[in-house]
Design a protein around this ligand. Structure first.
Ligand SMILES: NC(=O)c1ccc[n+]([C@@H]2O[C@H](COP(=O)([O-])OP(=O)(O)OC[C@H]3O[C@@H](n4cnc5c(N)ncnc54)[C@H](OP(=O)(O)O)[C@@H]3O)[C@@H](O)[C@H]2O)c1
Length: 276
């Protein structure tokens, strides 16, 4: 069973990073790409490039703040009117927040939950029914390696990605035998705008050997999706890290990671004092 990637494919978070790379990968194969994100100028620039390189491709730019439900409903209605039913949904839009949870900003946490969890679930709910009726479709959810593990300093983000991982596994079971392919991708560090928005107060960069490109992440995610795999962890080193994570007993991981938290608290409090 294969997801109909040659049909109408909606990609959320297509204005940068992994979403943009997914659009570039799919452009030679899909009939219609629907590009969703807030920054219309970035989406239009990408659409222009894709149309120029692939004259048979139809690209629909659908600017939308996925946190705002009325905008999501209007966007879905307009997309259906213009290109018909979405055959494949790629839930990629998301952002992270590096902070000890007691020091987190609630409004930012709320928006992260609304985007990473609520919007992903709502879009899936709205679009999956017709896929089941047609007996064909695909949902690719971009979770994270942090959807499979836990570390201090990311409680809110990790909570959202654990939701995505659990939801996607269970959705895949629900849709057994319906003709709808459900896959999740759980990348580690990917070189995108993500790190610039995450609020890193540690002064430490992600080691470059751990980081993969958005293009590699997109390619490996799509390959697994096409093969009807339940999950893919793009990047060999992240895959190894996740295997080690699985092999380490949870109580030992708790004990080791708890050593890091007090140092993080010191760094975050110092960073806060410096910005006052
Ligand atoms: N990069 C990593 O290290 C990494 C690792 C693991 C998992 N991930 C996951 O990969 C996914 C893609 O992230 P990325 O790395 O490609 O980061 P990115 O370059 O920052 O892309 C995030 C995308 O989400 C869109 N977005 C953000 N808020 C939105 C909103 N309210 N409504 C609609 N779209 C919104 C952004 O577009 P606009 O700003 O134009 O709205 C952008 O297109 C995320 O789910 C992230 O959690 C990333």
């Amino acid at each position: 069973m294969r997801p109909p990637l040659d049909g109408v494919v909606m990609i959320t978070g297509a204005s940068s990073g992994i979403g943009r790379a997914l659009a570039q990968e799919l452009a030679p194969r899909s009939r219609v790409l629907v590009l969703v994100a807030r920054r219309a100028d970035e989406l239009n620039a990408l659409a222009e490039r894709l149309r120029a390189a692939h004259p048979r491709l139809r690209v629909l730019v659908a600017p939308c703040d996925l946190v705002e439900r009325p905008q999501v409903d209007a966007m879905l209605e307009s997309v259906t009117q213009q290109v018909g039913e979405v055959e494949v949904l790629i839930n990629n839009a998301g952002f992270g927040d590096m902070t000890l949870f007691d020091l987190a900003d609630w409004e930012r946490t709320r928006r992260m939950i609304e985007l990473n969890i609520v919007a992903l679930t709502y879009l899936t709910q709205r679009l999956v029914g017709p896929m089941v009726k047609r007996g064909s479709g695909g949902i690719l959810n971009i979770s994270s390696g942090l959807g499979l593990s836990f570390v201090p300093g990311f409680a809110g983000y990790i909570g959202t990605k654990h939701f995505v991982t659990g939801f996607t596994e269970a959705l895949r079971l629900d849709l057994t035998g319906t003709g709808v392919v459900v896959t999740q991708s759980c990348p580690g560090p990917v070189a995108t705008e993500f790190a610039g928005h995450v609020g890193n107060f540690t002064g430490q960069e992600v080691p470059s050997m751990m980081e993969i490109s958005a293009e590699q992440c997109a390619r490996e995610s799509l390959r697994a999706f096409e093969l009807d795999r339940a999950m893919v962890i793009p990047g060999v080193l992240t895959w190894v890290m996740m295997a080690l994570n699985d092999l380490t007993p949870r109580p030992l991981r708790r004990l080791l990671l708890a050593q890091v938290a007090p140092r993080l608290r010191e760094l975050q409090q110092r960073a806060r004092q410096e910005t006052r």
